[in-house]
Design a binder for this molecule. Structure first.
Ligand code: OAD
Length: 279
């Protein structure tokens, strides 16, 4: 029985809990890591829910739905432009860096994120060594981005998808980014409310959940499906569940170890002995 005696006690023996969590991760051949907005808090990115969350002052239906984009693409691009610049100003924190190192070092670790801020990707680029074999490890270690990426766009006309790194000018409808092929409007390549996740991406994430012997969940309220169900799916299949979050979530009761801590502090402490070295 792995269940923590301390899951509801933030004063629990932290070193002991860390060691227990590490043991569970070490014993598993395959690990699913599921992250949410909380992993980027120490980098300066806001979360969605809670007092300081983006959905406190912004209405998702006016900014993050296909209907909102059809009605007012300029306002939607203005908001995504703001989020892109915010993410660009932020740097990956120690949690992103240690997770990147772990994914590069261990082919059994699969990182699935709900975040669109690109910080996992940037951490990975930062940790990878240039060169032949490393390029393969880098490709394998790339995060599965369930909700898309702020720095990608797709065409509302021909369906082209790709990177969009340059600054978006949302000062007028005429200046919005357009497809090079068909000249139709580009939209952010992120999943909006009312839209389905990309089937191939969801399939990859579900397969990772099914083969996981342990699941490390970091910084998500577990309020959004189907993302949150990946952790319960892994647990139902026998995976040990480790959660890192300063608050309790719907997953906490099922967690074998719940570390009530900031991700940028707890993830390095957890992974340093598993991965070794310093990023
Ligand atoms: P939420 O804003 O719902 O939850 C953030 C979680 O991070 C909460 O559980 C916090 O307790 C936790 N947290 C806060 N600070 C933390 C820290 N320093 N270290 C670790 N955890 C911390 O964000 P998500 O769960 O990621 O979807 O939200 C899921 C989805 O809802 C997002 O991907 C987005 C949103 O609507 C789309 O845009 C499609």
């Amino acid at each position: 029985m792995h269940r923590s005696d301390h899951t509801d006690d933030p004063r629990g023996d932290e070193a002991g809990e860390l060691e227990r969590a590490r043991g569970l991760l070490r014993r598993a051949d395959r690990v699913l890591v599921l992250t949410g907005a909380g992993v980027s808090v120490a980098s300066g990115m806001p979360t969605f829910r809670g007092e300081e969350g983006l959905w406190k002052d912004h209405r998702p239906e006016e900014l993050a739905t296909p209907g909102a984009f059809a009605r007012d693409p300029r306002t939607v691009w203005e908001w995504y432009g703001w989020r892109r610049e915010k993410a660009r100003e932020c740097a990956p924190n120690a949690a992103h860096r240690w997770l990147a190192r772990w994914c590069l070092a261990d082919a059994g670790v699969e990182l699935v994120t709900q975040n669109v801020d690109d910080l996992h990707g940037r951490a990975l680029e930062g940790e990878a060594e240039p060169g032949g074999e490393a390029a393969e490890a880098l490709d394998r270690a790339r995060p599965v981005e369930l909700h898309g990426n702020l720095f990608r766009a797709r065409c509302t006309g021909c369906g082209w998808r790709g990177e969009l790194r340059s600054r978006v000018d949302a000062s007028s409808a005429a200046s919005l980014p357009r497809c090079r092929e068909c000249r139709e409007l580009l939209r952010p390549d992120v999943v909006w409310f009312g839209e389905s996740l990309d089937a191939g991406i969801l399939e990859r994430a579900a397969a990772a959940a099914d083969r996981a012997g342990a699941c490390l969940v970091v910084g998500t309220s577990a309020a959004v499906q189907p993302a949150a169900s990946l952790a319960t799916r892994a647990a139902r299949g026998g995976a040990a569940l480790v959660e890192v979050n300063p608050e309790a979530t719907p997953l906490t009761r099922a967690a074998h170890v719940a570390l009530r801590a900031d991700a940028a502090r707890a993830v390095p402490a957890l992974l340093r002995p598993l991965v070794g070295g310093e990023p």
